[in-house]
Design a protein. Structure first.
Length: 114
């Protein structure tokens, strides 16, 4: 399987999970849990993952841009793929769309399972 395509898939998954956790778990716990509670403390501690998401997202953008250039994606599809890591849960739908498109254009990327 192509290394750039595999890198894209792994990064999309990591960015998606980090963004979903940070925005749907860490953020509400930090700001909505009772002040000084264990949940609020966990939310504050888990907020460091926003930094991790940011750095991984930068790598995701670079890899996605390189893949888009190589594959000749349209500008709207490229922008959607690049911005997907900023909206919680959207990246999972976009990753499926990219995989579908790549496998249609490159049948050799389909892995046969016994």
């Amino acid at each position: 399987m192509d290394r750039l395509f595999t890198s894209y898939r792994v990064l999309a998954l990591v960015v998606g999970v980090l963004l979903a956790f940070c925005s749907l778990v860490a953020l509400p716990l930090k700001y909505l849990a009772t002040e000084g509670s264990d949940l609020q403390t966990f939310g504050e501690s888990a907020s460091i993952l926003w930094l991790v998401h940011g750095w991984v997202f930068i790598v995701y953008v670079v890899v996605t841009f390189l893949l888009a250039r190589r594959e000749g994606w349209t500008i709207p599809f490229t922008v959607l793929a690049l911005a997907a890591g900023l909206i919680p849960l959207v990246i999972f739908w976009v990753e499926r769309s990219v995989v579908r498109r790549m496998r249609e254009e490159h049948p050799e990327l389909t892995t046969e399972r016994a």
